[in-house]
Design a protein around this ligand. Structure first.
Ligand code: NDP
Length: 257
């Protein structure tokens, strides 16, 4: 492999991807593995996590799994310790687990508000803190937080989701502020609109799809595999001096009005 390509190699690295039983998380696990990483799948359901890891191993990927709910600190801390002790050091953390709840702000259910904060923001805090303690001790590590175009732009019906994703962008900068000197690079990927379960209601709505394709310069929905290049870059030595950034992978959506 030539020197430049070597910069993007993840050979010998291990990546933990939260919420990787499906959707973007699973695509990122395959993408990082494609660049040479071993992957640790995370899901709340043990059977599902172990099935996905087995399926990836059938595809020739070095895959393990860790079962925890990102909102539950009592699960997160021992689970991360188990990975570090029994599987191996986590070199790359992708904070991907996330949920969506849609309703007008004036009537937004408080439980939905709390659920959004717990998964999309508290989850990033709990898992990052648990993993970063090990990364700090080693003096190296890559953290990739999954934000959204809603880290930058609001939209009716999803104000609380946008608030959590805006906060993820700032937490990414905070991680950079505190941990960059200790060899950790923390960056975010902000996906545009991708066809996954999280967006089922939008995918099934032809009026939304038509609006989206007009609004997005690329003229279409994203494919989850199209997030892998950004993830490999941010996880690799090629991004060793890139820190606190949010990389929008959105077909140009946030660059035009
Ligand atoms: P999906 O709904 O397809 O997948 C979300 C994953 O997160 C599921 O595997 C889910 O597991 C898991 N998860 C949810 N809550 C928890 C929890 N408490 N602990 C552990 N895992 C959990 O969504 P996407 O793949 O579309 O989204 C992934 C990320 O990308 C999210 O952060 C989302 O906000 C972000 N994003 C997505 C966009 C898109 O267009 N799809 C656009 C911009 C950002 P379970 O099956 O148990 O629910």
């Amino acid at each position: 492999m030539n020197e430049t390509l070597q910069l993007f190699s993840l050979r010998g690295k291990r990546a933990l991807i939260t919420g990787s039983g499906r959707g973007i998380g699973l695509a990122l696990a395959r993408g990082l593995a494609g660049a040479g990483a071993s992957v640790v799948i995370n899901d709340r359901n043990e059977g599902k996590a172990s099935d996905i890891a087995a399926r990836l191993r059938d595809e020739g990927i070095d895959a393990d799994f860790a079962v925890f709910d990102v909102t539950d600190r009592e699960q997160v801390i021992p689970a991360i310790q188990r990975v570090e002790t029994h599987i191996g050091a986590i070199d790359i953390l992708v904070n991907n687990a996330g949920i969506q709840r849609r309703a007008p702000l004036e009537g937004f259910d408080e439980r939905d508000w709390n659920d959004l904060l717990r998964v999309n923001l508290d989850g990033v805090f709990h898992v990052s803190q648990a993993v970063a303690r090990h990364m700090l001790a080693r003096g190296r590590g890559k953290i990739i937080n999954i934000g959204s175009v809603q880290s930058e732009l609001a939209r009716p019906g999803i104000a609380p989701y946008a608030a959590t994703k805006g906060a993820v962008r700032m937490l990414t900068k905070g991680m950079c502020a505190e941990w960059a000197r200790h060899g950790i690079q923390a960056n975010a990927i902000a996906p545009g609109y991708f066809e996954t379960e999280l967006n089922r209601a939008l995918v099934d709505d032809p009026a939304f799809s038509e609006w989206l394709c007009q609004r997005t310069p690329a003229g279409r929905w994203g494919r989850v595999e199209e997030l892998c290049g950004a993830a490999v870059f941010l996880a690799s030595p090629a991004a060793d001096f890139v820190n606190g950034q949010t990389l929008f992978v959105d077909g140009g959506l946030t660059s035009v009005v």
